[in-house]
Design a protein around this ligand. Structure first.
Ligand code: ATP
Ligand code: MG
Length: 437
């Protein structure tokens, strides 16, 4: 045995720590969720497709005695064989608990506080405490109901309550990583197998509660190639008018999501067919209704969206202004045909979109200016615009238009050389080169 050398310092004074209250260690995970109507499905999801950081977060929470599951879109996408966009975690831990466990963590949200655990490369794993459905509290009138929805956003709950507050059964599945089980309180697994979108509870109640869910059905059906349960479809049609009452920025954002994710063509077709488009974008919907009067415009409209989808799948995201121009180009071209004040007419056409959908002025102005320079660009004359961001966006629209008309976009190669590529980086990372006005 070696003698302790005098040169070795004394051990440091370690801070004492106390454990307050009852330890929350869950000693019997098998007994979790008793009498909640839970159905467990043994499903071994492919570990290689599960984000390692998300798995790390779940395991660390479990080691600290909390319940933690992968939830929502990621479980749905993995079960359907797709690649999840992001991984969300639901847990019995309160935001403060999560904060105490992870150093790389920040709490966000005013109404409902969530923890974001941060990893390298800007990756964020969202960790939300189980919460329950505000609708379980009974309100006497509408004002009180609205008040309850706002306040009870902060009501924490149990795992099964967190599942049933969600929108669709396929979005309410939890994955238990250690036991390799899908936890199902709403029949979501059957709907995954049937590839069918069904609301949790009465569709008409759920759409009245939050009409934006109508757009979410469209998004999931189009993007994931799922069927819509007939009762859900009927309720979408019956409650589409309520979209007019939804928060405008949320609706605007949801329409952008329909355009961005490689399923714009199917999304817009469904939106039109359900009549939701007539509520949100009546100008566009009326145009599509008049198939015969548009001289092939309706066909070009859907072909252009198809070109958008192909381009997004091939080359990644398209700029928001380009997406909106591609969406509205056909009726816009009709409006500005043979008029002198193209910008003025385009402005008048876009104004209702700004008012009804809270379309940002920046985007409305961009669409208007692209439409105005498109004819010149089509003749190969970029002129003094060539080096601006506007020209790059207009060129992207022109390329989509070529594809939609069955023309070869290779013909635009000279123009492409003259025009700077679109800068998709956030504004603060850009050099102040592009003139704006
Ligand atoms: P995506 O792949 O588009 O992100 P997602 O299902 O993850 O799809 P999010 O908008 O990220 O959708 O929402 C995460 C989860 O939150 C959903 O899976 C669903 O369970 C729940 N959720 C989202 N929006 C609503 C809503 N309006 N009403 C009820 N639950 C919702
Ligand atoms: Mg998501």
């Amino acid at each position: 045995m070696r003698r302790r050398s005098d040169s070795v310092p004394e051990p440091p004074d370690l801070p004492a720590f106390r454990v307050e209250g009852e330890p929350r260690v869950d000693t019997q995970p098998e007994a979790r969720h008793e009498n909640t109507g839970l159905v467990r499905h043994d499903v071994a999801l492919d570990d290689a497709r599960i984000d390692t950081d998300a798995a790390r977060v779940v395991r660390r929470l479990e080691r600290n005695g909390f319940q933690a599951y992968l939830v929502g879109g990621c479980v749905r996408d993995l079960l359907l064989g797709g690649t999840p966009k992001d991984f969300d975690v639901a847990t019995s831990a309160r935001p403060e608990d999560v904060r105490a466990i992870f150093r790389n963590c920040r709490i966000i949200g005013r109404r409902f506080r969530l923890a974001h655990v941060l990893f390298g490369g800007g990756k964020v794993i969202e960790v939300a405490t189980f919460r329950k459905n505000p609708q379980e509290l009974v309100a006497d009138d509408e004002d009180e109901a609205a008040e309850i929805i706002i306040r009870s956003d902060n009501v924490f709950g149990e795992a099964h309550e967190d599942a049933i507050r969600r929108d669709f059964t396929i979005n309410a599945l939890f994955y238990d990583l250690d036991r390799r089980q899908v936890l199902d309180w709403c029949g979501g697994m059957a709907d995954i197998l049937a590839r069918s979108i069904r609301t949790i509870g009465e569709p008409s109640v759920r759409f009245r509660e939050d009409p934006v869910r109508i757009l979410r059905v469209v998004k999931f059906a189009a993007r994931l190639d799922l069927g819509i349960h007939p009762d859900v479809y009927d309720a979408m049609v019956a409650h589409r008018d309520e979209l007019a009452k939804a928060a405008r920025p949320r609706v605007f954002e949801e329409i952008l999501r329909l355009l961005r994710q490689g399923a714009a063509q199917r999304s817009m077709w469904l939106l039109w067919e359900t009549g939701a488009m007539a509520v949100l974008m009546p100008e566009l919907s009326a145009y599509l209704d008049d198939d015969e009067g548009t001289g092939g415009g309706v066909h070009r409209f859907f072909q252009r969206l198809r070109a958008v989808d192909e381009r997004v799948k091939r080359e990644g995201p398209l700029d928001d202004t380009v997406l909106w121009t591609a969406l509205l180009l056909e009726p816009l071209l009709e409006v500005v045909r043979d008029v002198r004040d193209i910008a003025g007419e385009a402005h008048a056409f876009l104004d209702p979109f700004v008012r009804r959908l809270a379309m940002p002025r920046r985007i409305a102005d961009g669409v208007k200016r692209i439409v105005a320079i498109l004819p010149r660009l089509a003749q190969g004359r970029g002129g003094r615009f060539a080096r601006t961001e506007l020209a790059a966006q207009a060129l992207a629209v022109l390329e989509l238009d070529y594809v939609a008309r069955g023309k070869d976009p290779a013909a635009l190669s000279r123009l492409r050389e003259a025009v700077a590529p679109v800068d998709n980086r956030p504004m603060r990372h850009r050099a102040a080169l592009t003139p704006r006005g």
